[in-house]
Design a protein around this ligand. Structure first.
Ligand code: GDD
Length: 342
């Protein structure tokens, strides 16, 4: 039986990957910081209690060494991170400690304790920043635009460096945005999906967002974790982009989510004064606020995952509208369950 250690196992990706690996017969160890509240994700996926939980903080080298010595994992997937881009502008040092040096602590411990283990690092499309409208591939230059992305750039290169310098089997997936009902509400897709369902049920008046024109390559997280696993099964370690190849604006996501919730929207005004109005009731249900803008924005992301398609046989299946609809449906179902429970 193979053993996998997943850091950040109660996050969106950690939860989906845990379910996937359990299905493949792995023994899964989930490492999270004490007090992490994401257990609801494991519950929703029906795997609560099936992942062996351990407490681990990437700020603490001793924790990491102890965990590796105890488990001796075959595969290690690192999702532990301060993953909110906007927050990284307020907490740049902590973000660097976790997202950059945290990965070095992990790699050093692997090198010393279990150098034959295979290591997966969650790199990000944010590494690219805004570099024109072309699709990004594995050879596109990086221009990070936030403390989050700069820290992830360090993590990316230190992973490549440990592969080259010490021969570790260490890979990075450059992950474009991947969403699901298990996203946190800090991220725009879940925030919108939840709001659309609640507004449609009369439980919320409106949703306030930031930049409506930002474009993201949004895929379905449930499918991305298989690509991650496939990366660790290849004879030779290498880095791959996982993306859909399509990009959509936040405005389009809002339109699709409200449509899935039965609300047709009309847009009025411009810039910070732009509003989304429900065509049937005439009520304003979407507003824009500076509070959700970032000091520096990545305007457009679109990835080219041909290498993953050709070499890993991985291909995303869920299209944009279906993804939005499944997120909104999940919100309705959560609202229904709460009603039943009351
Ligand atoms: N969060 C948020 N909230 N974003 C908003 C809002 C809002 O109210 N309004 C507009 N946006 C815009 C952001 O400015 C950004 O351009 C886009 O929506 C997506 O924001 P997020 O959902 O917060 O995700 P992200 O693209 O910054 O980062 C996610 O994807 C990266 C990979 O590309 C995160 O999952 C990162 O951890 C990940 O690396």
């Amino acid at each position: 039986m193979k053993k996998a250690l997943i850091t950040g196992s109660r996050g969106q990706d950690g939860s989906y990957l845990s379910r996937f690996l359990l299905g493949k017969g792995y023994k899964v160890y989930g490492a999270d910081r004490g007090g992490d509240t994401g257990i609801w994700r494991l519950r929703e996926l029906g795997i609560e209690g099936k992942v062996k939980e351990i407490s681990l903080d990437l700020l603490e080298p001793t924790n990491i060494m102890d965990a590796l010595e105890k488990i001796r994992p075959d595969e290690i997937y690192n999702f532990a991170a301060q993953s909110i881009v906007k927050l990284s502008f307020d907490q740049p040092v902590l973000t660097g400690e976790i997202n950059a040096l945290g990965v070095t602590r992990l790699l050093e411990a692997i090198r010393k304790v279990c150098p034959r283990a295979r290591f997966f690092q969650a790199s990000t499309a944010e590494l690219f920043g805004s570099t024109g409208s072309a699709q990004r591939n594995e050879t596109t230059a990086f221009h990070p635009k936030s403390p989050y992305a700069v820290a992830k750039l360090y993590a990316h290169w230190i992973t490549v460096n440990y592969r080259q310098a010490y021969g570790l089997y260490a890979v990075c997936a450059i992950l474009f945005n991947h969403e699901s009902p298990l996203r946190g509400e800090e991220f725009v897709t879940r925030k919108i999906a939840a709001a659309a369902a609640r507004i449609s049920r009369g439980l919320q008046q409106k949703v306030v967002v930031g930049n409506l024109d930002a474009c993201r390559d949004w895929g379905y997280a449930g499918e991305y974790v298989e690509g991650m696993w496939r990366m660790l099964q290849k004879p030779k370690a290498d880095d791959y982009i996982l993306a859909t190849g399509k990009t959509h604006t936040v405005r389009e996501f809002i339109e699709a989510a409200f449509a899935a919730a039965g609300i047709k929207l009309a847009w009025r005004g411009k810039g910070l004064g732009e509003k989304g109005v429900a065509s049937a009731s005439g009520k304003t249900v979407v507003e824009v606020s500076k509070d959700f803008y970032r000091p520096a924005e990545v305007e457009r992301l679109q990835g080219n995952s041909s290498k993953a398609v050709n070499k890993l046989g991985w291909k995303p299946k869920t299209k944009f509208k279906k993804l939005v609809a499944l997120m909104v449906e999940a919100e309705f179902s959560r609202l229904d369950k709460k009603k039943v429970n009351l």
